[in-house]
Design a protein. Structure first.
Length: 171
């Protein structure tokens, strides 16, 4: 059973990241939850990208991810544009993600504290990201955010298998 948590934002907060208690106590970040923010543009995605959490942002909208990647250039955008040798491009992107993780998951030999990994991925490619995280044995270290969740229902008529398989995996 899913419990409902109502959080009232203080009137002085314009963006969700203005309310530090969201990440530090109010949101159950050790479990699964749906954050129904009801307003777009209130900084929900940025809240998690600015957090100290290792995060995977999953969205059915590539343009949303491209825009976030421009705002957060240290994030890793897992996107493979159309090309002739798609399998080779996918393999290369997975290797690039593995290298990115080595730099952002304290796997560096110098002992410096790197910034936490932030991965942006479309719903279609999330399985490949899961595969890389599992091969590094760090999937449990990540917090997963499904952005634009409401789009999954509308998109299901066009690519229902991808969307429904994803929904089954996260429940």
């Amino acid at each position: 059973m899913i419990s409902v948590i109502n959080i009232s934002m203080p009137p002085s907060c314009r963006y969700m990241s203005d309310y530090d208690k969201l990440i530090n106590g109010l949101l159950p970040i050790n479990g699964k939850f749906i954050l129904n923010k009801t307003l777009t543009g209130c900084g929900g995605t940025s809240l998690f990208l600015n957090s100290g959490l290792m995060v995977v942002i999953i969205s059915p909208r590539i343009q949303v991810l491209k825009n976030k990647h421009k705002q957060y250039p240290d994030s890793f955008l897992f996107h493979i544009p159309q090309c002739d040798d798609r399998q080779s491009a996918i393999k290369q992107k997975m290797e690039d993600l593995n290298s990115y993780l080595w730099l952002h998951y304290e796997l560096t030999p110098f002992g410096q504290q790197p910034p936490p990994a932030k991965i942006l991925v479309t719903l279609d490619s999330v399985g490949k990201v899961f595969s890389v995280l599992e091969s590094c044995s760090i999937i449990d270290k990540f917090f997963f955010v499904v952005d634009e969740f409401q789009c999954l229902m509308g998109d299901a008529i066009f690519k229902g298998t991808v969307d429904m398989n994803f929904l089954v995996k996260i429940t």
